[in-house]
Design a protein around this ligand. Sequence first.
Ligand SMILES: Cc1cc2nc3c(=O)[nH]c(=O)nc-3n(C[C@H](O)[C@H](O)[C@H](O)COP(=O)(O)OP(=O)(O)OC[C@H]3O[C@@H](n4cnc5c(N)ncnc54)[C@H](O)[C@@H]3O)c2cc1C
Length: 384
Amino acid sequence: MNHYTEEQQAFQQTIRDFFEREINPHIDEWEKARIFPAHRVFKRCGELGMLGVSYDERYGGAGLDYSWTAAYVEAMSESCLCNGIPMAIMVQTDMCTPALHDFGSEELKQRWLRPSITGEAVGAIGVSEPAAGSDVFAIQTAARRDGDFYVINGRKIFITNGTQADYVTTLVKTAPDQGYHGFSLIVVPTDTPGFQVANKLEKVGNHSSDTAELVFEDVRVPVGNRIGEEGMGFIYQMQQFQKERMVASLGSTAAAQSMLRKTVQYVKERKVFGKPLALKQHVQFTLAELQTEIEMLRQLNYHCVRKIVAGEDSTRETSMSKLAAGRLARKVADWCMQFHGGYGYMDEYYVSRYWRDSRLLSIGGGADEVMLQIIAKLEGYADV
Ligand SMILES: Cc1cc2nc3c(=O)[nH]c(=O)nc-3n(C[C@H](O)[C@H](O)[C@H](O)COP(=O)(O)OP(=O)(O)OC[C@H]3O[C@@H](n4cnc5c(N)ncnc54)[C@H](O)[C@@H]3O)c2cc1C
């Protein structure tokens, strides 16, 4: 039984066709160049309706429920021959825009959300800093009020789309003495004087996605660029992380499934000791076990999606999904590499790229240990 409606399946087919025809043929080139043309690709994604599936029609979105977001993410992640581009697209749809959509002023949404949905603008999310990743509370980038402006100073690191973005949804401290209520989320256009891409970072994987260190030196932006209320940025960002973690898990599960299918194909073709590798019981059982884990995770993901569609809080289950997805991706990558043997270790084989790319999930968007911390807290383990 397919989890998706016929309409959703048709949408997914359009996305698969797009990746197979227009994206996959260029991936080797973009991976080598360590960047993909985000503006060109996002424009096409916008035309296909991928960038605002669950966003309000007033800003160019399709106004559909979250199951459509899941449908788009799964179709994209299973068909794209790298993780870097889906990650960059998900930054646009589910990491730098959710708070803007939910809490931004009408003017701010017309200025930045609308072009993010059409694909005319490329966005980034600026939370992590050189001395603060898992501990978001420890960020130091500060915005001082000066009349109708904020003056921002600080640094952000590991920012996806960072060298190409037109704007960065930036988490800053606006009142350091106000604890969790001392943060704000501010949209910073990257052509603002004082904003600088300090460094384009070289990575282990996700090569086609650009990652940058950003510097803010007396960056003046209008107060109107603040998303929602002053002092609510930390809370908005925690909510925004839920969207990030959900698409990360959905995408990773779909990519793991795709990798496993490719490996099944490979072991059927590859002969070892005169017979197809697939005839070895060890290989069959390992693949069967991985398939079982993928299926279990997929069902947990769908459970989360149903909760989100019903308007229920899914923090507990989404954290579990994100944790399990990161761990499973590492396991699938390792076994698939193993069954590909020496060829798997070669750059020209897709499995080596998957092996590099998939390692990120246990680190980015909240490391495994951060997920464990959330789950332990929600389960009340420390309430003694
Ligand atoms: C390719 C890439 C793209 C990224 N894109 C973005 C982006 O677009 N925007 C953005 O803001 N950030 C981005 N990040 C940053 C990412 O979110 C952080 O790397 C992540 O949150 C971890 O923070 P950190 O690297 O500072 O690690 P640290 O916080 O220094 O943690 C190091 C390790 O400590 C362990 N740890 C952490 N917390 C605990 C705990 N409570 N208990 C026990 N162990 C713990 C974990 O194993 C963790 O991996 C990106 C990172 C990468 C690598």
